[in-house]
Design a protein around this ligand. Structure first.
Ligand code: ADP
Length: 262
């Protein structure tokens, strides 16, 4: 099999995208999409930066809701699809904007998913040059991950941020994810431990609930020689914001997470 004939057009379309970052996790439910959304909000807080988000989790496209854009539709113009804007400089592209309703199941084989990934990369009119393109992916290591790596690499893929929780099972899965990145030639930008400790909504105090495993992410990062980027506590306000589609940093400027960011 020769090289994919669509790659030159994809590479051309991504020419004005400065940084491309994948958000990965070994398993579902660890907060990967929530983290992707928070990264998007955080990067776009600088209004000189244009941020684009791509949701490749076609079977569970939760980014649209988390970004407060559920129910919006994309439009097809001569120049390509126009994305949905969560903020002036924060554009989102998801299959969720193409479904007649949010209960609709997407049951697609790899080939069809690859077709849509290519369209997201080739046919979206982002309007401006993009500083950061963040790609939310399905959990685990599947076709979508291989494809996005194959399609983005020729124009420069910065690498992947991997989200895990402190529990052992998630950590086992995250080892596989890191191994996958190594085998596929994707640079691991770092590991993030989510749901590490609990912030009490009453007293705002932080306690470790996954004793003795909290901190496992940091140990694992050291062991596997990947950067440890930090940990985010289990904070009901984070869940609340993602369910309501609100920007956490604006809603809770004084939280430990927001302060850590600043
Ligand atoms: P994934 O993308 O890994 O499947 P999600 O981002 O959808 O996971 O998160 C799973 C659930 O956990 C969501 O309901 C989300 O709001 C919640 N959640 C994620 N991170 C946190 C956190 N740090 N504190 C509280 N709730 C969280």
């Amino acid at each position: 099999k020769g090289p994919d004939p669509d790659i030159p057009a994809i590479t051309e379309a991504l020419r004005d995208v400065q940084h491309k970052i994948l958000v990965l996790s070994g398993k579902g439910g660890v907060g990967k999409s929530t983290f992707a959304a928070m990264l998007g909000w955080a990067l776009s807080a600088n209004e000189n930066q244009e941020v684009a988000m791509l949701d490749l989790d076609f079977c569970g496209p939760s980014l649209a809701r988390i970004m407060g854009t559920e129910g919006e539709q994309i439009h097809a113009a001569a120049s390509g699809w126009t994305p949905v804007y969560a903020d002036d400089n924060l554009a989102v592209m998801s299959i969720a904007y193409m479904l007649p309703n949010s209960d609709e199941a997407v049951i697609w084989r790899g080939q069809k998913k690859n077709g849509l990934i290519k369209q997201f990369l080739k046919n979206v009119d982002w309007g401006n040059p993009i500083d950061y393109m963040l790609v939310d992916t399905p959990p685990g290591t599947s076709d979508e991950h291989l494809s996005i790596n194959q399609y983005m690499s020729p124009s420069g893929l910065d690498g992947a941020v991997i989200i895990t929780t402190p529990q052992e099972v998630a950590l086992l899965d995250v080892r596989k994810e890191i191994d996958f990145c190594r085998k596929a030639g994707i640079r691991v930008l770092g590991l993030i431990e989510n749901m590490a400790g609990f912030v009490c909504p009453n007293c705002q105090g932080k306690s470790d609930i996954f004793i003795p495993t909290t901190g496992g992410g940091k140990q694992l990062a050291q062991e596997l020689n990947v950067p440890f980027l930090g940990s985010v506590p289990l904070d009901p306000r984070i869940g609340q914001c993602s369910d309501r589609g609100e920007n956490f940093f604006e809603a809770f400027p004084d939280s430990v997470v927001t302060t850590a960011l600043n």
